[in-house]
Write a protein that binds this ligand. Structure first.
Ligand code: ZN
Length: 243
């Protein structure tokens, strides 16, 4: 902090305010951020307040785009109880970064990260979080129609392969894959079944949602196992019939 002595008021403690000020540039007609250091002195307020706005300053700035100087009349964001002694322009930045706070020099600048990668991952995270239930339901719905449809397909192929060639007690076995397909279908129905719960706040809802998703995921494991077992069983039966 540079110490600048003030001849007319040597006793008052000056201190420095770092400010980031948005300015409209008349040279390139864009917006810039001027970083300035203001030397201020605490000022007792008299009755009636300050006569004019003491925080208005005309700053000599230079456009960072086209490099031409211009004057900007700016209201400094300082308290009414301080007197601005001097304003030093530190830099003028071409593009205001929306992530940076404007007009408040007390906050440290945000750490530089790759904004595109972070934004992309955040968007992807939101998308996954939003669609996870939907993905599960979509999968369960398609598996429900697949496993019920598989029953009809299985019997059609079995008839074509020659069901009548199987005799007696062995015939009972041919119904096995159909039973497994139907059991799988029942599991998908359970996975799709709407839930009912009372959630009084977000935390309760989040807990319920998590439990629902975990339970539905377990049902899809069971349904998928039954479905694959049914397919294997059906292949074995058809092979036995045709050979
Ligand atoms: Zn400019």
């Amino acid at each position: 902090m540079p110490s600048i002595s003030s001849p007319n008021d040597p006793g008052q403690p000056e201190h420095r305010l770092d400010l980031r000020l948005p300015v409209d540039c008349p040279r390139c007609h864009g917006k810039h951020i001027a970083s300035v250091a203001a030397l201020v002195v605490p000022q007792p307020l008299f009755f009636g307040g300050p006569a004019d706005a003491p925080s208005r300053w005309t700053l000599g700035l230079s456009c960072p785009i086209v490099g031409r100087a211009f004057d900007a009349d700016i209201a400094l964001p300082v308290d009414e109880g301080v007197q601005v002694r001097r304003v030093d322009v530190i830099s003028v930045d071409p593009v205001p970064d929306p992530a940076l706070p404007v007009g408040d020099g007390n906050q440290p600048p945000t750490t530089a990260t790759d904004p595109s990668a972070a934004a992309w991952l955040t968007a992807e995270f939101d998308e996954w979080r939003k669609s996870s239930g939907l993905t599960l339901r979509g999968f369960a719905a398609s598996m429900l129609s697949t496993s019920t449809g598989a029953v009809a397909v299985y019997f059609a192929i079995l008839k074509y392969a020659g069901l009548e060639r199987i005799s007696g007690g062995w015939r009972v076995l041919t119904i096995g894959p159909a039973v497994l397909f139907l059991a799988s279908a029942a599991t998908w129905v359970l996975a799709l079944r709407p839930g009912l719960a009372w959630a009084y706040d977000v935390a309760e809802f989040a807990d319920y949602r998590r439990r629902r998703l975990v339970a539905a995921r377990r049902l899809t494991d069971v349904g998928l196992g039954l479905f694959l077992a049914a397919v294997a069983f059906a292949i074995a039966i058809l092979a036995a019939v045709m050979l």
